[in-house]
Design a protein around this ligand. Structure first.
Ligand code: CA
Length: 505
């Protein structure tokens, strides 16, 4: 209960902190007191316990370790080093696995008391910090394991230090809409999103057959509630799919859900133009099945490619225009997961991607005059951030595995602190399993929305109306949808009359 009061007071401060139009508060406007972490434990890896190939190194070739050495052998799945630690006080701690990489980026899993809480990253070739931030540990004994994901590290020690308190400014959204001509419907919706941010979670679900689809039906049958947000995809409107017989009702589903009082978000699995497809046409958004070179197109070395991409944008703009004509604002999340590199728009590096993102923004906003778009940027890496003037909301996509209900606080805080120079809302724009709202409130991971992906994450493929508990168990689906901080369709306000915030007028 205490936590809830804290969150409410944060929201109140946000409401009082009214800012005049155009005066977005920059993060640098509010300098912080330097925080000095306290080290509460140092545990040498060579004294820990080992699983699989992991062992203390006897031929110590690396310099700079502490204690009597370090451990190696993270090669096969389940290879692990386990630390038994003792904590004196309940609280948030940063776990620093001081280690080296045997070459390039290496990610490995952190498991605390049997629960996978995140990954740590190391690229340095000398012993360096590799930190998972803000892990909540109760007073007492805990088992902390570093488990092979990519492997190939030398691990010296685990240092446990107190975490820096969250800067409450991350909940106080100061960024208005990028498009100064945003429609009133869009401003009303965005005002609501700002008003609830830091206090509530919007429930969302991708369902490519609309609100009567199997994912929505299953959630309704289990919880009696309907998600507040319907997630849809413009994929089947893409010309290289239409040429192969695709058709879509996504725009109709969106209009219908908005008319029922719901909120709509769209992504776009942009199938590359047919000319560039090298595999099955229906997989043409994956870089592996195209030979499109976005860098060449954006550098003016492939004019035909540029023209084809513009024609694709025009095709999607037709749908966006239909939505605008119907008065439907959307949370628009194009060019998603770019930094992962698995989609062609992310396969030519950040510069080409940012040029395309900005071009898309300019074309849809300024040439087409689409004033119903709330731009959700989902590049997932600071180097891929196109600039504050093109981003309304930051989205992170996280698939942590099966039945992992942790809050993903480290990702939330990274997104809140390290991309924008302003305070923008941060959404969990795609997820596999649900997170436990109680843990999110405790950890301060106040994702403004989540939107679970469809198919196997909710339904068993073989049986249309059977809930799949592979990713989220039934008890947790109920717990989440019944949670008082979770907004479902029945709790949304009437957006036709919702008050527009002063700074958006
Ligand atoms: Ca050591």
């Amino acid at each position: 209960m205490k936590k809830e009061k804290e969150i409410l007071s944060i929201g109140l401060a946000a409401m009082l902190g009214v800012c005049a139009a155009g005066c977005a508060i920059s993060k640098t406007d509010t300098p912080k007191e330097p925080f000095v972490p306290e080290t509460v434990g140092v545990y040498e890896a060579e004294d820990a316990s080992f699983t699989g190939n992991v062992a203390a190194v006897t031929d110590l070739k690396l310099a700079g370790y502490s204690g009597t050495g370090y451990v190696e052998g993270f090669q096969d799945d389940s290879d692990a080093c386990t630390f038994s630690v003792s904590i004196a006080e309940d609280g948030f701690y940063d776990l620093n696995f001081v280690s080296t990489s045997m070459g390039g980026d290496k990610y490995n899993y952190v498991v605390v008391d049997g629960e996978q809480l995140g990954t740590v990253w190391i690229a340095e070739s000398s012993f360096s910090d590799s930190v998972l931030n803000r892990v909540y540990l109760t007073a007492g004994d805990h088992e902390i394991r570093l488990v092979k994901y990519w492997g190939w590290i030398s691990l010296d020690r685990l240092e446990i230090v107190t975490s820096e308190p969250i800067d409450e400014a991350v909940y106080q959204v100061t960024a208005g809409l990028c498009n100064p001509n945003a429609s009133d419907e869009t401003k009303r919706l965005y005002s609501y999103l700002m008003d609830i941010y830091g206090k509530k979670f919007l429930s969302g679900q991708y369902c490519d057959t609309g609100q009567r689809g199997k994912e929505f039906q299953l959630i309704q049958s289990v919880t009696g509630k309907t998600p507040a947000v319907l997630g849809l995809d413009f994929i089947e409107y893409t010309p290289s799919r239409v040429e192969n017989g695709s058709n879509s009702m996504a725009t109709e589903f969106a209009i219908n859900f908005w008319e029922q009082g719901g909120i709509v978000t769209f992504c776009w699995h942009w199938n590359a133009p047919s000319k560039y497809l090298t595999g099955p046409w229906y997989s043409g958004f994956y870089n592996d099945y195209t030979n499109i070179d976005l860098a060449k197109i954006m550098n003016g070395q492939d004019q035909e490619g540029y023209d084809l991409l513009m024609a694709d944008i025009d095709a999607i703009a037709v749908q966006l225009q239909r939505l605008e004509d119907a008065g439907v604002p959307i949370l628009w999340r194009p060019l998603h997961e770019a930094s992962g590199g698995w989609f062609w728009w992310g396969a030519s590096g950040p510069e080409a991607y940012k040029k395309l993102y900005i071009l898309l923004y300019e074309r849809l906003t300024n040439e087409y005059g689409l004033d119903n778009l709330i731009w959700v940027w989902n590049g997932q890496d600071a180097d891929w951030y196109p600039g504050d003037e093109y981003v309304d909301i930051i989205g992170e996509d996280i698939y942590p595995g099966e039945r992992v209900y942790t809050s993903q606080a480290a990702s939330y805080l990274n997104a809140a602190n390290n991309y924008s120079t302003e305070y923008k809302m941060v959404y969990l724009s795609e997820n596999g399993c649900l997170f436990d709202p109680d843990l999110a409130v405790r950890d301060g991971a106040m994702w403004g929305m989540w939107c679970t992906w469809g198919g196997e994450f909710v339904a068993k493929d073989s049986a249309f109306n059977t809930l799949s508990e592979q990713y989220t168990e039934e008890f947790m689906i109920k717990q989440v949808y019944e949670h008082e901080a979770v907004i479902t369709l029945d709790e949304l306000p009437d957006f036709s009359t919702y008050k527009i915030r002063k700074e958006l007028k």
